[in-house]
Design a protein around this ligand. Structure first.
Ligand code: PNW
Length: 475
C-alpha cells in the first residue's frame, strides 16, 4: 500500500554550518569552539577539521541546484555565529551576513523554503575563552553571559534576514551542547565538568528564551519561531523498579531538563533532587523560567535511535554502547552509574540500532506534552558505508530502507493524531560528522572530498520521488 502524506507536508533536507561550509578563515570568520576542538590531538577521528568540509560556502549555487533535483520544498541550514559576529559580541561582519542572504535568495528563487537555525554548536571561541585565565572555570555555556550574547546575535541575524526567512529555530539539540560539550567531553569544548554541564543546560534554555524574544521583536508577525531538540527514547531493560528508576533518571537528564522549562515553565522536581549533590541550581534566577517558556510556533524533533537502560550492574562500570559515544566520562550528571545496553536489531554504520517505533513514540509523546504545537522532524537519517561503484554510481539500499521505515512510522503517528507538518532528512550531503570526522556518511548526496564532486545516491532519487508525490511508495 502506498502511504499518502497530507497536502502541504513539507519535505526537506538539513545541514549545519560547520559540517558543510568550509571556508573557515574567509571573509572575517574567526574560530569557533569546534575549530579549536579539531586542533586538539585525539579529539576528532583522523585529525579531521571543518576547514574545507563540503566547500558549501563556495558551492552553494550548485548545492541549491541539487536540492531542486531532490524536489525539496525546504532546506534547513544553520548560520555560523563566528562568521557573523567573530568575537561573539559587537557589530556584525557584513560579508558573513551577505553569504546567508545570497544562499537564501538562491533558495527562494528555486522555490525552496529556507529554515534557519541560529546555533548548531559553533560557539565563537572567544566566548568560551574569555573567562579563562584568572578563574578556574572556563567560559561558554556554563556562563550566563553567553545566553545574553546569543540574544544579541539573534537580533542581528533577524535584522539582516527577517524580510526573507519565515521559519526560524534558535538552537539545535541543546542536549549535545550541554552534556556532550561539558560533561562527557566528546564534543567541543571537550570539558568534563558535571556541574558546568547543568549550568550550560540552563543557559541554553535561557538563550532560547531570550533569543525567541529578540526574534519576535525583530521579525514580522508571519515568522515562526521554533527549537530543535533531540529527545531520547529511553526504554528500561526490564520492568524492575531499578530499571524503571534508571529510565526516569535518564529521561530527566535527556528530555525533561529542556521540555520542563520550555513547555511547563519549571525544572522537574526529581531532576533537582537527583542532582542535589552536584549543584544547588542557584544559577536559575528569578524570572528565568518565564523567559524560557516562550510560545513556540513549532517543535523540531531529531531522532536516530532509542536508548536501553538498566539499574547499575553491581560494581561493574557502566557500559556505554548507545548513541552517546564511548567516552570515559558519562554525559549524565548524577546518573553516571546507569547502564546502557545495545538494543537488539540491525545497526547503522554509527552502531546505532534501527528502530522506527521510537520515532512514532516520540511524536505521540510530544503530541501529548506540547498540545497545539505543530511538530516537525528536523533530522532523521543514517550513516552507511557508501562507495561509488565502477560506474561511479552510489547504491545505498540500506538508507532507503531506513528512510522508508521511519517515514512509515511518522505516517502512523499522523494517523494517530500527531500534528506533524514536515520531515527533514539528515543530511542533504555527506559532511563533517563531528567527533567522527569524515569517516561517517549521512548524505543523500555523496561527496567525493578530493574533487568535491557531488553524486546523488540512489536514496536521493528515491527521496525525490517521495517529495514530489507526497507518497511513500511500496517496498
Ligand atoms: C545530530 N548523541 O548529532 C546533529 O544535529 C547533527 O549535526 C549530526 O550530524 C547528526 O545528529 C548525526 O549524528 C548528534 O551522541 C550527535 O547522542 C550525537 C548524538 C546525538 C545527536
Amino acid at each position: 500500500m502506498t502511504l499518502a502524506f497530507p497536502p502541504g507536508f513539507l519535505w526537506g533536507a538539513a545541514t549545519a554550518a560547520y559540517q558543510v561550509e568550509g571556508a573557515a578563515q574567509e571573509d572575517g570568520r574567526t574560530p569557533s569552539i569546534w575549530d579549536t576542538f579539531c586542533r586538539t590531538p585525539g579529539r576528532v577521528l583522523g585529525g579531521d577539521t571543518g576547514d574545507i568540509a563540503a566547500d558549501h560556502y563556495h558551492r552553494y549555487r550548485e548545492d541549491v541546484r541539487l536540492m531542486s533535483g531532490l524536489r525539496l520544498g525546504a532546506y534547513r541550514f544553520s548560520v555560523s555565529w563566528p562568521r557573523v559576529q567573530p568575537t561573539g559580541r559587537g557589530p556584525a561582519v557584513q560579508r558573513g551576513l551577505d553569504f546567508y542572504r545570497a544562499l537564501v535568495d538562491e533558495l527562494l528563487t528555486a522555490g525552496i523554503q529556507p529554515v534557519l537555525t541560529l546555533y548548531h554548536w559553533d560557539l565563537p571561541q572567544e566566548l568560551e575563552s574569555r573567562f579563562r585565565g584568572g578563574s578556574a572555570a572556563g567560559g561558554g555555556w556554563p556562563e550566563r553571559e553567553t545566553a545574553e550574547r546569543f540574544a544579541e546575535y539573534a537580533a542581528i541575524v533577524a535584522g539582516a534576514l527577517g524580510d526573507r526567512v519565515d521559519f526560524w529555530t534558535t538552537l539545535n539539540e541543546p542536549w549535545c551542547s550541554a552534556f556532550l560539550g561539558y560533561a562527557s567531553g566528546v564534543h567541543a569544548p571537550g570539558r568534563t565538568e558535571p556541574p558546568a554541564a547543568l549550568r550550560a543546560a540552563h543557559h541554553l534554555n535561557l538563550a532560547h528564551g531570550l533569543g525567541a524574544q529578540a526574534l519576535r521583536a525583530a521579525l514580522p508577525a508571519r515568522a515562526r519561531i521554533a527549537i530543535s531538540l533531540n529527545p531520547a527514547v529511553v526504554r528500561p531493560l526490564t520492568g524492575s523498579p531499578g530499571d524503571l528508576d534508571a529510565q526516569r533518571r535518564i529521561d530527566a537528564l535527556a528530555n525533561r531538563v529542556f521540555t520542563g522549562p520550555l513547555l511547563r515553565g519549571a525544572y522537574p522536581e526529581d531532576l533537582i533532587e537527583d542532582t542535589r549533590s552536584i549543584t544547588d541550581w542557584d544559577f536559575v534566577h528569578d524570572g528565568d523560567l518565564a523567559v524560557i517558556k516562550q510560545p513556540l510556533d513549532a517543535l523540531g524533533i531529531n531522532y536516530y535511535t532509542p536508548s536501553l537502560v538498566s539499574a547499575p550492574a553491581g560494581d561493574e562500570p557502566a557500559v556505554r554502547q548507545d548513541s552517546h559515544g564511548t567516552g570515559a566520562h558519562s554525559p549524565f550528571p548524577g546518573a553516571e552509574q546507569v547502564a546502557f545496553h545495545q538494543p537488539a536489531g540491525e545497526r547503522t554504520e554509527m552502531g546505532w540500532t534501527v528502530d522506527p517505533t521510537g520515532l512514532h513514540d516520540l511524536l505521540m509523546r510530544y503530541t501529548r506534552e506540547a498540545p497545539g504545537v505543530p511538530l516537525y522532524i528536523t533530522e532523521n537519517g543514517a550513516a552507511y558505508d557508501d562507495k561509488p561503484d565502477a560506474d561511479g554510481r552510489v547504491h545505498d539500499p540500506e538508507r532507503i530502507d531506513y528512510l522508508r521505515s521511519h517515514l512509515a512510522a511518522a505516517h502512523r503517528a499522523l494517523a494517530d493524531g500527531a500534528d506533524l507538518r514536515g520531515y527533514f532528512l539528515w543530511s542533504l550531503m555527506d559532511n563533517f560528522e563531528w567527533a567522527y570526522g569524515y569517516s561517517k556518511r549521512f548524505g543523500a548526496v555523496y561527496v567525493d572530498y578530493p574533487s568535491q564532486a557531488r553524486i546523488p545516491k540512489s536514496s536521493a532519487r528515491w527521496y525525490a520521488r517521495v517529495a514530489e508525490t507526497g507518497e511513500l511508495p511500496e517496498a
